[in-house]
Design a binder for this molecule. Structure first.
Ligand code: NAD
Ligand code: DAU
Length: 302
């Protein structure tokens, strides 16, 4: 496991894992020498590492280019040299956004149309992988997943930010009017889909991962408030995100029919309640990041 331990990394997430099942190396996916030495000893590489947060990419895009573009380039050059199986983790945001009332959902053939510096760098990284498959015969697959929720998620992200705000007696913050729709999937379902693709996916193929979890942000905040014993309108509307994508929605038919995958965390409300309980029980895990995260939001009135 290679991780740079940026502000988003947290070694405490590894506590409780069987020590003989993994080796942790602190380093950068854009470090070609280190990456080459690790790939030399690997059967397969699954590439999760990224700068992942849209709001950060609006404040300072450069790390997104370095990690998401140069980091992915560094990895695919190493796996090309060593003939190693590669799986690239990506996002539904590469497809841009959909209108609220549009019955359409993203499929593997939706044209790329990213909106933010983050999603543009993820789109660029996907296209590098596709080009390396075609030009160099790279043994790679790609997955594009919708919004994850669950335990161990950084407090900058929407759901953990609001849960930990309520724990701290702070009102949740909704961008704009709270109308934007995200397609929520439990992080464990994302993981099971990635394993399925790694084991059974066809080389060169892209698979969309989703669990039919469309909800607008206002509805999600109201569910959090209800579950945490607060009034349903105890939130604030704050300044909107620049270029804010309106709606994401995934059609995961290909993954389900060709590879037989299905999500196990079907009921969002149950998964959300368990997630709230996890943040209540694991303040030691998230507390060290909370103040610095909120300070960044405060600067932009969010
Ligand atoms: P995160 O920002 O919470 O964590 C990113 C991890 O990558 C951290 O541990 C960080 O230390 C590490 N990292 C960052 N730069 C690195 C570098 N240069 N070298 C090595 N390690 C580095 O991200 P996340 O939300 O867990 O997302 C993980 C992956 O899943 C990303 O590729 C993201 O695009 C993708 N994804 C996320 C979601 C979501 O909802 N969170 C949905 C779809 C796809
Ligand atoms: O769709 C997959 C993507 O989901 C991943 O590729 C990204 O890595 C991941 O960060 C996530 O991107 P979003 O921008 O959709 O997630 P975020 O948690 O930042 O915001 C979710 C929605 O909630 C979005 O419409 C913005 C809104 N929001 C967010 C925050 C932090 C708020 O209304 N208030 C907030 O405080």
């Amino acid at each position: 496991m290679l991780d740079k331990l940026t502000y988003a990394g947290n070694l405490a997430s590894l506590e409780g894992l069987a020590g003989d099942r993994f080796r942790f190396v602190r380093g950068d996916v854009a470090d070609a020498t280190l990456v080459d030495s690790l790939v030399a000893g690997a059967d397969a590489v699954v590439h999760y590492a990224a700068e992942s947060h849209n709001d950060n990419s609006l404040r300072d895009p450069r790390p997104f280019l370095e990690t998401n573009i140069v980091g992915t380039y560094t990895l695919i050059e190493a796996v090309r040299r060593h003939g190693t199986r590669f799986h690239h983790i990506s996002t539904d945001e590469v497809y841009g956004d959909l209108a609220l009332e549009d019955p359409a959902r993203f499929t593997e053939s939706t044209p790329y149309n990213p909106s933010s510096p983050y999603s543009a760098t993820k789109a660029g990284s996907d296209l590098l992988v596709r080009a390396w498959v075609r030009s160099f015969g790279l043994e790679a697959t790609i997955s594009n997943c919708s919004n994850n929720y669950g335990p161990y998620q950084h407090v900058e992200k929407f759901i953990p930010r609001q849960i930990t705000n309520v724990i701290d007696g702070v009102r949740p913050k909704l961008y704009g009017k709270g109308e934007n729709v995200r397609d929520w999937i439990h992080a464990n379902d994302h993981s099971s889909a990635v394993l399925t693709i790694l084991e059974n996916g066809a080389i060169g193929e892209t698979y969309l991962i989703g669990a039919d979890g469309e909800k607008n942000n206002k509805d999600v905040v109201e569910l959090i408030l209800k579950e945490m014993g607060q009034a349903p309108d105890a939130y604030d509307l704050v300044v909107d995100r620049a270029g804010h994508d309106l709606r994401y929605a995934i059609d995961s038919t290909k993954l389900r029919t060709e590879l037989g995958w299905s999500p196990q965390y079907g009921d969002f409300e149950t998964g959300l309640a368990a997630t709230i309980q996890w943040y209540r029980d694991n303040e030691n895990w998230w507390r060290p990041q909370k103040a610095a995260t909120e300070a960044k939001y405060k600067v932009q009135g969010q």
